[in-house]
Design a binder for this molecule. Structure first.
Ligand code: MSP
Length: 660
């Protein structure tokens, strides 16, 4: 905790080295997720993103570390455990396990899954607290204000949106508490200047501006403890066991404690890249840098902030019922297609719209059409013309060179776009090259060359054909290397179909042409990404159509007044002896009783009816139904499927009462 400014500078230099394409170190983190909800699309996005980025850095040969985990302390979690009827520990074990299982199923290759209830983490939290306390940056005081349980913090009047907390959408409550406070305000001028002189500390720029705007006004001191009597589920302060640590103070330290426990602080901390969404910019852009400064730990080089996935243009929420479950999508579309969609369809920093149609369209256009097609055409021709073996290339002509250059330039562009957080552009550059390769096939017309080569086996066409086929194989190989972090399963399948399943997969290899040895035997297999039937999907997802209602001609109140409707009580109900659809009811209204024949036998048993109060049209002209005279009609509703429900009263009234 006594890193110097020099270490800080080294960190920044090291991180920019990586961008220059040299071997570097890369340490990336996701937020640690609260265990009060199941993993959803949003959690899956950040985790997949960090998985993709760390896989890419491993391909660059960087010393890479990927940390994710769960945030398990605090009032919110204790409440969720109580609601589930479980002890906090049993509850957090359960939900944390579910996060972990979800990441395993989604093929997330984290290096460490940290839990804030782990002893080694708690130890580091206590050490950091003690350090800050000893340095005089923590004091005891009383505070009153609006407190949001959902966001676990005091909120200001100004922050509220329609009277609700901007983070959690819950209404805050007024609280007064005696707590320990962290002297955050004192560091405001320092942080402001630091961000101003380190333009890419928080990126993209819109979020940097957001934090700078917060820093233009007093930020106050941060309440960093909660009375243990009220919130027992937390880490007790080392100097006062009657208080537990505020959950954000506890949680943020995970990024550091994970390394401290393993003795890898020096190795990885200077290179830490935090990935979060815009909801938690304030704790990460304000609290965290000041905590680090006060603790004598150098700042992170970058805080990378992405937008939100919206579902039907709205934030996902349990109450709207639009929460998307990642495993459902993985099962339906496959892991790689789902990952591809997530990475291709969000522009980092901005919100993006989620829809299943969006996934399906991406699969069809990019994965089945562009990439899948290139593979099928290439392997098909190779089988037809060269028995499935990769031929050696002859001398390259300008058209071959143009294709080669398009691909060999890609790794540098791709890595730069990754470093600049333009993941969608990076993927698009690869797909653009793939489309060029498809066009190259049409332009070079290998089928034509094959025809000429058959006619004249030693002529120039045979060699041209070899070169063209070889170039297509190389193009596919390069694409497979670059797309590997995004579609790891399918990229490997692709390489296996090319016959190079075991070959090195580093990004350098993609910058060199001619890596597939001549004579390699290809192994065509199933299509990598089967096309999705969009029409069938549309039908599946369509809201069931509600038929328009057919209306009767209008009537006047006088017409209506001609009807006499009364409450009746069923005294007796029997099956009609001669008709299996009819029941014969004896009903009472005041001093009168009547016999009514009703066609409800398929829907009600006689026993269900006795004692019920129903509504009778009393002045309908009597009719005789199969020999029994019916003196009125019972009212019932019927739905489109022919299901019946008798009209009854929603509170008890005397029989004979009139319905108007
Ligand atoms: N526990 C805190 C974080 C502590 S980090 C020291 C927390 N947890 S959370 O479970 O609420 O996760 C918030 C994060 O989930 C977001 O920052 C983002 O990574 C992810 N997402 C949640 N909803 C999201 C979307 N709708 N879209 C994209 N990602 C979002 O906050």
């Amino acid at each position: 905790m006594d890193h110097s400014e020099d270490a800080d500078r080294d960190a920044r230099e090291a991180s920019s080295e990586a961008a220059d394409g040299e071997r570097g170190t890369f340490y990336a983190t996701t937020p640690i997720f609260y265990v009060n909800a199941e993993p959803h699309l949003g959690h899956a996005y950040t985790t997949t993103l960090v998985d993709v980025v760390t896989r890419h850095h491993r391909q660059r040969g960087d010393d890479t570390y990927f940390l994710t985990g769960t945030d398990e302390h605090g009032e919110k979690i204790a409440k969720a455990a109580a609601k589930a009827g479980m002890s906090p520990q049993a509850y957090v074990d359960d939900v944390s396990g579910r996060f972990r299982a979800t990441w395993d199923r989604l093929g997330i290759r984290y290096d460490e899954f940290i839990r804030t209830t782990e002893e080694h983490h708690k130890k580091v939290v206590r050490e950091v607290l003690q350090h800050v306390y000893d340095a005089g940056d923590i004091f005891y005081g009383e505070y009153s204000g609006l407190y949001c349980v959902g966001a676990e913090r005091f909120v200001t009047e100004k922050e509220l949106v329609d009277g609700k907390c901007p983070d959690s959408d819950d209404p805050p409550e007024y609280r007064t508490e005696a707590n320990y406070f962290f002297r955050m305000e004192k560091y405001r001028p320092w942080l402001r200047e630091y961000i101003e002189t380190h333009p890419d500390l928080i990126r993209p720029e819109r979020y940097r501006n957001e934090v700078l705007a917060m820093l233009r006004e007093p930020i106050g001191d941060l309440s960093i403890s909660r009375p243990r009597a009220r919130v027992p589920w937390g880490i007790p302060l080392p100097w006062d066991q009657d208080h537990v640590t505020y959950v954000w103070f506890d949680a943020l330290i995970n990024y550091y404690s994970a390394l401290a426990a393993k003795g890898t602080v020096e190795r990885y901390w200077p290179h830490v890249e935090h990935f979060i969404a815009k909801d938690i910019v304030k704790p990460h852009g304000l609290f965290w840098p000041i905590m680090l400064k006060a603790a004598g730990i150098p700042l992170y080089p970058h805080l990378n902030v992405h937008g939100y996935w919206l579902v039907n243009e709205r934030k996902m929420s349990k109450s709207i019922g639009n929460v998307v479950r990642p495993l459902d999508l993985q099962e339906k579309y496959g892991n790689d297609a789902f990952r591809y969609f997530l990475m291709r369809d969000m522009t980092f920093g901005l919100d993006a719209s989620f829809s299943e149609q969006g996934i399906a369209e991406r699969i069809n256009s990019d994965l089945a059409n562009d990439l899948g097609n290139l593979l099928n055409r290439t392997l098909g021709m190779l089988t037809r013309y060269r028995d499935g073996f990769v031929p050696a290339a002859g001398p390259l002509e300008p058209i071959d060179e143009a294709l080669r250059d398009a691909f060999t330039a890609l790794p540098a562009t791709f890595a730069r776009q990754f470093d600049e957080l333009h993941f969608d552009h990076a993927i698009e550059s690869v797909m653009e090259a793939v489309r060029k390769a498809n066009k190259y096939i049409s332009d070079t017309a290998p089928w034509q060359l094959a025809k000429e080569a058959t006619a004249e086996p030693d002529g120039p066409a045979a060699e041209r054909l070899d070169t063209v086929l070889n170039s297509c194989i190389e193009a596919l190989r390069c694409a497979a290397v670059l797309l590997d972090p995004i579609i790891p399963g399918k990229a490997q399948e692709l390489r296996e179909q090319l016959g190079i399943g075991q070959a090195p997969n580093g990004i350098d290899g993609a910058a060199q042409w001619g890596q597939v040895p001549a004579g390699t035997r290809t192994r065509p297999g199933d299509p990598l990404f089967p096309r999705i039937d969009l029409k069938a999907l549309e039908d599946e997802l369509a809201e069931p159509e509600v038929a328009p209602l057919e209306h009767k001609p209008e009537i006047t109140i006088d017409d209506f007044a001609k009807l006499e409707l009364r409450v009746v009580q069923v005294e007796k109900a029997e099956k009609h002896p001669k008709a299996d659809k009819l029941l014969v009811l004896t009903v009472r209204m005041g001093s009168e009783t009547r016999t009514v024949v009703s066609g409800i036998r398929a829907h009600y048993t006689p026993e269900q009816l006795v004692g019920k109060k129903l509504i009778l049209v009393t002045n309908l002209k009597p009719v005789t139904l199969r020999g029994i005279r019916s003196e009125g009609m019972i009212l019932a509703a019927e739905d489109a499927d022919g299901k019946l429900s008798l009209a009854t009263l929603d509170r008890d009234l005397d029989d004979g009462s009139e319905v108007r």
